[in-house]
Design a protein around this ligand. Structure first.
Ligand code: ADP
Ligand code: ZN
Length: 701
């Protein structure tokens, strides 16, 4: 019998593992990793992805079925991405075929699709001289499209603008008619070095110079190298990324930049665009890089793996690296590059803490309300406005008031499907669940006892109203998920602030990261306590990071900056450390605590979340899984531990009861055995209960 050709295949169905098929004669020798194929599966057929040759004993091969046909001649995914996905599916315990499907360009993940034709002609939109979005107040869509163009440096491909602002195609045509924009059809062109000099500082600081030299020589070595670029806010890290990309392009390589916050994209695109057409893996650590559904990957960790597989350079840049990354640097896995001072020796902002316990309102009727703007804060804002500078007010809570509580019986207004309070929003005048989106009209009385409802707590809408009231001549804008519900609105608010058409920008974490607004000299954190009180072992780290990041927006231009933090816990470690810009001291203390508590980076965690509609069934399945795991845990000397099961911090979400368990072990390998127990359990589970496996969880809710 002639030797049979066997193929390893990922099937595009929610099934674990790889499958083996026969390669029919007509496909012999022409299949490439990642290529889409159709294979018989169960009683029908399924989309599959060829992974590579497989080995099998001939006895098994007799029962194998052949691949039906190929769906494309060239794989839609590059082979290196396929090997990255194979790693990720294994590490994060996710079905490989599903992982590949989600990575495919849209349109290719379902039925057979025709090959996409690569467009070689593109339409580029150029803003014409004098075009000003402010003159388009009666045409907000056009104003937003124009704002985007100006924010990214005046020109952009039509497809890019449409991607950022859906519907921009029509707006750009109208802008062309108004002679504010010129649309040009041209061949897709790669940027030339002549375009590279705009806004490029003539001299790098010595520290920037040293960092760039280390990164570029690593790029030239064409081997895997990982760097941690740890630089204080405003130290010119972005400039280091730009130079690294410049070097990669000049030596015929490319680069990949990962951006941590969607709100930052237009500005960063602008900085890269003004230098070149954009193409080195630059990353920032960030919780938003952790995917919270499906394939729960961490983009930072996958980027490092990808760089390793490709043998290229990866740079992780941050003012507040995660403790995991810091520990990797200390163990020598990443090379640390440090930028200790700001560009032009500008001072770091001066930080002060305002003890809210001492600022409580004297009026007994207002005692339930935290002071939104304490007297010291009020004075500081007035000074900044008087000097014609800008202020950022940060509060990580949107809406007007987060709690409605009955004054008589104390019952709070909660979401029927989620174990959380409903937030009152002035616009559109409803109470809304921030977890499931449920919205209803604002009740005037308590459903239990008809008592009057008190609105407690503070959200951005409430602060906005107070700021507008107390600084009547100031131009105030709010940036949160409600006010920036579309890319359009986001871009126009940020552009207006950059153009200094707004004096006070109030917002949630969307304004915390990366932005470079040289006019901002005051950053106020209205309430540091909500982040400190988070039920998560990373609460202190997150607080330190968030406050350092948002504070870092102050004093980036010619004028020195100040940061004022209102809090009921001025003695908390992260606040005391951020007061003196002591990242190293914070990290030392926190690492010591993590070690004592056996938390990452000293252990590996896997969170298991059990969810189901029936509270009793969910609980009993959770208990059953825990028992089964407990019986199969390795001997205690391995250091693997199971915590829980316990109700999740948010006990109910979208109508489903939630339980959770944590597996802790010294390495991922030590958890492999217990995880296969979980997977076997999953295969037996009825559809009414779901278990999600979250490897290296970022959030513990
Ligand atoms: P970071 O990313 O570290 O927060 P940025 O790269 O945004 O800092 O730099 C802060 C500001 O300093 C930016 O406005 C940037 O254009 C400017 N800048 C960066 N490097 C230099 C340099 N070598 N000379 C002059 N200005 C610089
Ligand atoms: Zn809800």
């Amino acid at each position: 019998m002639a030797e049979l050709l066997l193929a390893a295949v990922a099937v595009g169905r929610p099934v674990r593992g790889e499958f083996t098929y026969l390669v029919p004669e007509q496909l012999a020798g022409r299949l490439l990793p990642g290529q889409r194929i159709r294979v018989p599966f169960g009683r029908g057929s399924a989309l599959g992805f060829y992974l590579g040759p497989a080995k099998e004993t001939s006895a098994e091969a007799m029962r194998l079925k052949p691949i039906e046909r190929e769906l494309e001649r060239e794989p839609s995914l590059p082979p290196d991405l396929v090997s990255l996905l194979r790693f990720a599916a294994g590490h994060y315990r996710y079905p490989l075929g599903e992982a590949i499907r989600t990575a495919l360009p849209p349109g290719l993940s379902g039925k057979d699709a025709h090959e996409e034709v690569q467009p070689e002609i593109e339409v580029v939109a150029h803003a014409l001289p004098g075009a000003d979005p402010a003159t388009l107040s009666n045409a907000p869509a056009q104003s937003a499209a124009l704002s985007y163009l100006l924010a990214v440096g005046g020109s952009a491909a039509l497809t890019e603008v449409v991607h950022a602002i859906p519907g921009a195609r029509e707006s750009l045509k109208r802008l062309e008619k108004r002679r504010l924009v010129r649309l040009e059809r041209r061949e897709v062109q790669l940027p030339t070095s002549a375009d590279w000099d705009q806004g490029r500082p003539g001299r790098l600081t010595d520290e920037q110079q040293a960092a760039v030299a280390a990164i570029t020589s690593a790029i030239d070595s064409a081997t895997f190298s990982a760097f941690l670029l740890h630089g204080v806010t405003g130290s010119g890290k972005t400039e280091v990324y730009l130079r690294a990309v410049e070097h990669a392009l000049a030596t015929d390589r490319g680069g990949l930049i990962l951006v941590p916050e969607i709100a930052l994209t237009p500005q960063l695109v602008g900085r890269f665009r003004s230098r070149f057409g954009a193409q080195v893996a630059v990353l920032e650590h960030d919780p938003s890089f952790k995917q919270e559904e499906k394939l729960r990957y961490h983009a930072r960790d996958l980027a490092v793996t990808r760089a390793q597989q490709l043998g290229v350079t990866v740079v992780l840049g941050s003012a507040t690296p995660s403790l995991e990354t810091l520990e990797n640097a200390q163990r020598g896995r990443y090379r640390k590059l440090e930028l200790h001072s700001r560009v032009d020796d500008r001072p770091l902002p001066q930080v002060s803490l305002i003890d809210l316990r001492l600022e409580r309102p004297k009026d007994p009727a207002r005692l339930t309300e935290p002071p939104l703007l304490s007297p010291p804060l009020f004075v500081a804002i007035e000074e900044v406005l008087g000097r014609g500078q800008q202020a950022i007010l940060f509060l990580n809570r949107r809406g007007h008031s987060p709690f409605l509580i009955c004054e008589v019986c104390g019952t709070s207004l909660r979401c029927a499907s989620c174990d959380v309070c409903l937030t009152h929003h002035l616009s559109p005048g409803r109470v809304i669940c921030h977890y499931c989106g449920f919205a209803t009209s604002v009740p005037s009385r308590c459903a239990e006892c008809r008592g009057p409802l008190l609105r407690l707590g503070v959200g951005t809408e409430r602060v906005e109203a107070e700021v507008a009231e107390r600084f009547r001549t100031a131009r105030v804008a709010r940036l949160d998920r409600d006010s920036a519900s579309s890319a359009q609105k986001l871009t126009s608010i940020l552009t207006a602030f950059a153009r200094r058409e707004i004096d006070i920008l109030l917002g949630t974490q969307m304004i915390a990261k990366g932005h470079d607004f040289p006019g901002v000299t005051l950053v106020c954190v209205l309430m540091a306590d909500s982040s400190l009180a988070f039920p998560d072992f990373r609460a202190a780290e997150r607080t330190f990071q968030l406050l350092t990041q948002v504070g870092g927006r102050a004093g980036r231009g010619a004028d020195a900056g100040r940061v004022m933090v209102q809090t009921y816990n001025p003695d908390a470690e992260p606040l005391q450390r951020m007061l003196v810009h002591d990242f190293d001291g914070f990290a030392r203390a926190e690492l010591k605590w993590r070690k004592a508590m056996a938390y990452p980076p000293f252990t590996r965690l896997v969170a298991l979340r059990i969810e189901g509609l029936d509270p009793e069934e969910t609980k009993s399945r959770a208990t059953e899984l825990a028992k089964r795991l407990a019986r199969k845990l390795p001997p205690p000397s391995w250091g693997v531990r199971l915590l829980g099961p316990a109700p999740a911090p948010i006990r109910k979400l979208k109508g489903k009861t939630r339980w959770q368990m944590l597996l802790k072990g010294p390495s991922h390998a030590s958890l492999a055995g217990p995880l296969s127990v979980v997977e076997a359990f999953l295969d037996e589970l009825p559809a009414s209960v779901k278990v999600a496996i979250d490897v290296d969880p970022a959030a513990m809710l």
